[in-house]
Design a protein around this ligand. Structure first.
Ligand SMILES: [Zn+2]
Length: 457
């Protein structure tokens, strides 16, 4: 509750002070930093006792890992990024039980949840449970891996200097990722789509299919302990319905439905894939219901806009979370954002064409830039507008004008690059959405160090 009040007082203070923004996740730089620092309480390194026999390790790497203690053994839920992070976490969890590992459960295939299994398994060959669709969703198509890797590094701020680093929205920065997936073990028991109940180490465990962030996601329900493990379909931030590193369409409607089904169990504790567990039936159940409704509301508003013939950009600037949801701490846009979700839903359902024939064959960027320059009264005038936009801290407009100037043969490309770098830094400083912030700042650094050459800026 203290955390909630803290964030909200910061949040409401922002409305008065910021004049020119291009997204509602942009606030005064000092406020953005304060909000990101506050969010870090969600993934400080700690072990939370979720129930008498359930322990969750938070902040040891990007994701959470949990240990359920049974009569003659323990069950591990998710195994972090690699052997390094798994080893230090397992050692910490061992303070609570030394019983042998009887089973490992993967909530979904992502490497931050599956890469350290060898450490937990040792020589014991435990059963490893995952959905029967495990790894059906590998994220970005291999054909675009080169650009996917570059964009991923920007989103997570992997190459940022220490002075620019904050966090990753639902995970700390500076995690050791060098041994990614090196301790992965394949599943040995596949959970069918209609679910599975099992008794493992004397513990009743239910597995439920829960498509959302991935099509191979499941949630785990312990009926005796009333603990629910959500995987990455729930964490303390508006969900990342679209990842700016580049991701295929994540079925938003399924995601909302999956979280609603979790809420129907009325759990006494919810263990997210990232960020702190939520304890107590009322708080845990309300959080899941709110989360499901928030996703559903963004979807419904987007559909309404689509069927009214609006463009994705127009809808992205119109859709907002309902009043009773938008200030919930677990719906603040530290990781996913509402406008990015709207654009993803639009593209996921209809593809790139917005229905307006003007956009069927738009002008080539170079020609458009020439015409914009003419409209401005010449290249020199356009350049001056670009500089005054920057001076006025109208950063998005400065970016857009710099992208025109760069195409012009008589344009000052060095100046356009310089303006773009400064505008990106200006936007980055204002963002409390971690992926956006990291992306702006990383791109600025790449431009400055000459990693992006030619006209690709
Ligand atoms: Zn994750």
């Amino acid at each position: 509750m203290k955390l909630l009040t803290g964030i909200l007082s910061i949040f409401s203070a922002t409305i008065l002070v910021v004049e020119t923004t291009s997204a509602d996740t942009q606030v005064e730089p000092v406020i953005a930093l304060e909000m990101l620092r506050t969010q870090e309480q969600q993934f400080e390194q700690t072990i939370v006792q979720v129930a008498d026999n359930v322990f969750t390790a938070v902040g040891f790497h990007g994701a959470n890992t949990s240990m359920i203690v049974g009569t003659d053994g323990v069950i591990i839920v998710d195994t972090l990024m690699g052997p390094g992070s798994a080893a230090k976490t397992f050692e910490a969890l061992r303070a609570y039980s030394n019983k042998p590992v009887k089973a490992i459960i993967y909530t979904h295939n992502h490497p931050d949840h599956t890469g350290g299994s060898t450490i937990f398994a040792g020589d014991l060959l435990p059963d490893i449970y995952a959905m029967e669709s495990f790894s059906s969703d590998a994220g970005v198509d291999d054909a675009v891996t080169p650009v996917g890797n570059r964009r991923g590094a920007r989103q997570f701020g992997r190459s940022l200097p220490q002075s620019d680093i904050t966090n990753r929205g639902v995970a700390p920065a500076n995690t050791f990722d060098g041994d990614r997936s090196q301790g992965f073990l394949p599943p040995t028991i596949l959970v069918p789509f209609d679910g599975l109940s099992a008794e493992i180490a004397g513990i009743d465990v239910e597995f439920h299919f829960a498509p959302g962030e991935t099509d191979d996601a499941l949630f785990i329900w312990l009926p005796e302990e009333k603990v629910l493990f959500t995987g990455d379909n729930f964490y303390s931030s508006f969900p990342n319905l679209y990842a700016i590193r580049g991701s295929a369409y994540r079925n938003v409607l399924n995601w909302s439905d999956s979280v609603a089904r979790m809420a129907s169990f009325k759990p006494g504790a919810v263990v997210p894939g990232h960020t702190m567990p939520i304890l107590g039936e009322s708080d845990a159940t309300n959080a899941l219901n709110d989360y499901s409704r928030a996703i559903r509301s963004v979807y419904d508003q987007t559909i309404e806009g689509i069927n009214a013939g609006k463009s994705p950009e127009q809808i992205a600037h119109e859709v907002v979370l309902p009043e009773n949801l938008k200030e919930k701490p677990y719906l603040l846009e530290f990781y996913g954002t509402v406008p990015n979700a709207v654009r993803a839903i639009y593209t996921g359902l209809l593809g790139w064409f917005d229905g307006n024939p003007t956009t069927l064959n738009p002008l080539e960027p170079r020609i458009r830039a020439q015409k914009v320059a003419e409209l401005a009264g010449g290249t020199q005038k356009l350049s001056e507008q670009m500089q005054s936009a920057l001076a006025d801290k109208d950063f998005q407009w400065a970016l857009e004008l710099s992208d025109h100037v760069k195409w012009l043969d008589d344009g000052d490309r060095q100046l356009a690059r310089k303006v773009k770098i400064e505008a990106l830094r200006g936007l980055g400083a204002m963002e409390y959405n971690a992926p956006n912030r990291n992306y702006y700042l990383s791109y600025a650094n790449e431009l400055e160090s000459g990693q992006l050459s030619g006209l690709w800026f």
